[in-house]
Structures are given as structure tokens and as C-alpha cells.
Design a protein around this ligand. Structure first.
Ligand code: AP5
Length: 198
């Protein structure tokens, strides 16, 4: 199974991707997590991405596209994958299709988690507040969850990512799921649409 998860900030992409990968025994590839780890370890990718991520801007397409090309060539992707947070622009979506064609693979579905803008805002800001109170090193605070930055991420979601919905809809690959319900229910609905529920 090869899946893409689309949605705005705080829509639950990461939460759902993790559960789906556990259920299906496939690998989760999260562009946001990859970038945050690269920034924390100060790799070349991290240096390039940091100024964009900190401001809530999108990292330039060419950086992400090349990185994802390399990532999808790794052997752990053979059984399938869930791409979370990628693609995020029309150009990334087209390039992903070209790459899959090269690899003789096909995307099964693009899952779109819809939530109202107010929920995107409250979940993202709540996460930064929870992390600020938690002193364990594993819950590194996200600067891009700052209340002044989240609106920019939401704006970019509508400007740059929402147009991709039409791209996948036209190809009959789009599954739209209401993300504004308890996460277990969201997961059940995804599995049901994928015809993987019991
Ligand atoms: P990224 O990490 O992908 O940020 P995002 O899209 O804004 O998404 P989030 O991680 O904030 O939310 P999510 O939808 O994964 O929700 P989650 O499950 O965590 O990207 C960060 C940055 O990296 C970007 O701004 C950009 O700079 C750069 N970047 C990344 N990919 C890029 C790309 N392809 N191109 C260019 N730049 C890129 O849940 C959020 C919170 O809500 C959690 O606290 C969770 O517990 C809670 N929650 C989840 N589901 C529910 C539910 N059903 N009910 C109640 N609470 C819930």
C-alpha cells in the first residue's frame, strides 16, 4: 500500500500516519519529522531548511524533491509507505508521480483530513503549550507552533496544498476524511474507506 496523507497544520496527519503504518506494517515517511531531525542534528539538509521551517514557510521544492527521491529508493520502502506532509505543492505532487513512474510503482490513495481552520489553530498552539510544560528532551518544543507562526502555515496550506486536492481528485485517488473527531474514529474511517476494516 502506498499512501499520501494531506491536511493542514494540526489536522492529525502524523497521528493517523503512525497508526496506519503500525496497522499495515509499512514505513512512515514524514517530511516535517525528517526536517526537524535534520535541523536538530545540523546536517546539510537541516542548515538549508532551518530558515524556512522556523518562519513557517515552505522549504523550496527542489530541496524536498531530491531528498524524497533518495528516501524512496531505500530498501525499507519495498513493502509500501505512508508519505506524511509530502507532497505539499502541485510541483511536488507532479514530481512524485514522475518518480513513481520511474520506479514502476503506483500511488494507491491520497487521504485528505479535513478540519476547520479554528481546529488547526487550537491543536497546534495547544501542542506548543503542552511541550513547553514538558521538560523531557524527547518532546523538543516546535518553534513553528508559536501562535504568531501558525497562521502563516495555515495560509500556505490553503494557497499551496489545497490545489493538490484537485490533482488527486481528477485522478480518482482522493479519499476525504473528517479529521475533526476523536483520532480512533478518524482511523476507523480511514481503514473503512481503504476496505481494511474487519
Ligand atoms: P509538518 O510537521 O508537516 O507540519 P504541519 O503540516 O503543519 O503538520 P503538523 O505536524 O503541525 O500537524 P499534523 O497534521 O501532523 O497533526 P498531528 O498528528 O501532529 O511540517 C513542518 C514544517 O516543515 C512546514 O511548516 C515546512 O516549513 C516544512 N515542510 C514539511 N514538509 C514540507 C514539504 N513537503 N515542502 C516544503 N516544506 C515542508 O496532530 C497535531 C496535534 O493535534 C497533536 O497534539 C495531536 O495529539 C492532536 N490531534 C491529532 N489528531 C487529533 C484528533 N483527532 N483529535 C484531537 N486532537 C488531535
Amino acid at each position: 500500500m502506498r499512501l499520501v496523507i494531506l491536511g493542514g497544520p494540526g489536522s492529525g496527519k502524523s497521528t493517523q500516519a503512525r497508526q496506519l503504518c503500525r496497522h499495515l506494517g509499512i514505513v512512515e515517511i514524514s517530511s516535517g519529522n525528517i526536517l526537524r531531525r535534520a535541523i536538530a542534528s545540523q546536517t546539510d539538509l537541516g542548515h538549508k531548511a532551518q530558515p524556512y521551517v522556523e518562519k513557517g514557510e515552505l522549504v523550496p521544492d527542489e530541496i524536498l524533491i531530491e531528498f524524497m527521491r533518495q528516501r524512496l529508493l531505500q530498501p525499507d520502502t519495498a513493502k509500501g509507505w505512508v508519505l506524511e506532509g509530502y507532497p505539499r505543492t502541485a510541483f511536488q505532487a507532479e514530481e512524485l508521480d514522475f518518480l513513481l513512474e520511474d520506479l514502476n510503482q503506483q500511488l494507491d490513495w491520497a487521504i485528505y483530513l479535513t478540519v476547520p481552520e479554528s481546529v488547526m489553530m487550537t491543536r497546534s498552539v495547544a501542542r506548543s503549550q503542552n511541550q513547553a510544560q514538558d521538560s523531557t528532551p524527547s518532546t523538543k518544543s516546535r518553534l513553528d507552533d508559536h501562535p504568531e507562526i501558525v497562521p502563516r502555515r495555515i495560509e500556505l496550506f490553503y494557497e499551496r496544498t489545497v490545489p493538490i486536492l484537485e490533482y488527486y481528485g481528477y485522478r480518482q485517488k482522493l479519499l476525504t476524511i473528517n479529521g475533526n473527531q476523536p483520532s480512533e474514529q478518524v482511523q476507523q474511517n480511514i481503514l473503512h474507506k481503504l476496505e481494511l476494516d474487519d
